[in-house]
Write a protein that binds this ligand. Structure first.
Ligand SMILES: [Zn+2]
Length: 133
């Protein structure tokens, strides 16, 4: 009995490990469908429900972040460093921006609104294609 439970436990943690690895393997901010497609190559009998459940657990454990895009699509982000996003309006590609921006923006925000913000995120939109000369 104990062995059987241990086996089930191991299977669950292996699934979670593989899903975490997939999210960390790309900077494309994948959807659950993308993760499911790739997880199936490693664990053929995994279900989409299992993928969702593990993604939720990984978000709860703060090992990955969940992003809800403007179009309502949910994506997952393995980059836990503080960063902003540039969203290409042509391709939908999301690019991580890690450069510090507007250092005193929090101070300015507090002064203008009286609200005590401690962090911020900015989403930039535009075309990621190089501007033509
Ligand atoms: Zn990101």
């Amino acid at each position: 009995m104990k062995d059987a439970l241990e086996k089930i436990g191991q299977r669950y943690s292996r699934q979670r490990e593989e899903i975490l690895k997939l999210v960390l393997s790309t900077d494309s901010h994948p959807t659950a469908d993308w993760i499911y497609e790739h997880a199936r190559e490693i664990i053929p009998n995994i279900s989409l429900g299992t993928v969702y459940r593990n993604l939720n657990l990984l978000v709860d454990e703060r090992k990955i972040n969940r992003l809800v895009m403007d179009d309502g699509v949910v994506r997952y982000d393995g980059n836990l460093r503080e960063h902003h996003h540039f969203i290409c309006t042509k391709t939908g590609k999301i690019i991580d921006i890690e450069q510090p921006l507007a250092e005193n923006i929090l101070e300015e925000f507090r002064k203008k609104t009286g609200l005590n913000a401690s962090s911020y995120k900015i989403e930039f939109y535009g075309s990621s294609e190089q501007p033509t000369q």
